[in-house]
Design a protein around this ligand. Structure first.
Ligand code: ADP
Length: 225
């Protein structure tokens, strides 16, 4: 489904050059659940942002199906993101002025077919067990509930790929486990997920684990079933 070929991302500031991604090659099949681990600064976020087309590689190819996104023009890229990708962040990134339901509806902003929005929004909130909070505002919810609402927003448009950057990083262990169970269930029903995590036990819930070091992928192992 996706393929990175020799992806490089270099940052230049004050004449110091940082190689955040050093010729990364990676292929991910539909239906995979991949955990990305590694020490701080090794390039995990840069890799996830590159996959999310939020960051553009300095060189290399990023194939998503038959399309090389590395050289795709920006307006088309925004539309591509809206209809193919779902994002989950460590800090939830909900909009405080909008209700939970309105936040979830943002995940449908790029859909062209209209008509069944409210059913989809209710179904997404139901999947994460947040329907009873639909008229509340983010600050009225616990961190775990906010992250579940953010997951509903990520999945409501039925994206081909879900990208999660430390989705349990701001949660206590019980809420973190609940979020991991939701991600596992989404994967069981066909979602493809890439997740950055610092938690070895959460990485163990993925089907494959990738380890990064100094901008490179140094190990990739399937979980023993
Ligand atoms: P991780 O997510 O594993 O902590 P990052 O992808 O955030 O790592 O960063 C990888 C490397 O790229 C680090 O050395 C970091 O300092 C550098 N980096 C990230 N973003 C920038 C930026 N905007 N400008 C300069 N260097 C950056």
């Amino acid at each position: 489904m996706i393929r990175l070929e020799e992806i490089e991302r270099r940052y230049v500031s004050d004449e110091v050059e940082t190689v955040a991604l050093d010729k990364v090659n990676l292929a991910v099949d539909e239906g995979e659940f991949v955990a990305i681990m590694g020490p701080s600064g090794c390039g995990k976020s840069t890799l996830l942002n590159t996959l999310g087309t939020i960051d553009r590689p300095t060189s290399g190819e990023y194939w998503f199906g038959d399309t090389d996104l590395a050289s795709y023009p920006e307006p088309e890229l925004a539309r591509f993101r809206g209809s193919n990708l779902g994002f989950i962040f460590q800090s939830f990134n909900l909009i405080d002025e909008l209700t939970i339901e309105e936040n979830v509806a943002l995940g449908l902003a790029y859909r062209t077919e209209k008509g069944d929005e409210s059913e989809r929004i209710t179904a997404a909130m139901d999947t994460v067990g947040i329907v009873h909070r639909r008229r509340h505002y983010p600050h009225q919810l616990s961190g775990g509930q906010q992250q579940r609402a953010a997951i509903a927003r990520a999945i409501v448009g039925e994206p081909k790929l879900i990208l999660a950057d430390e989705p349990t990083g701001n949660l206590d262990s019980q809420n973190g486990e609940q979020v991991m169970n939701i991600l596992s269930a989404l994967n069981d029903s066909g979602a493809t997920i890439l997740m950055v995590t610092h938690s070895p036990s959460h990485a163990d819930m993925a089907k494959r684990r990738i380890d990064m070091l100094d901008g490179r992928i140094v190990a990739s192992a399937m979980r023993a079933m």
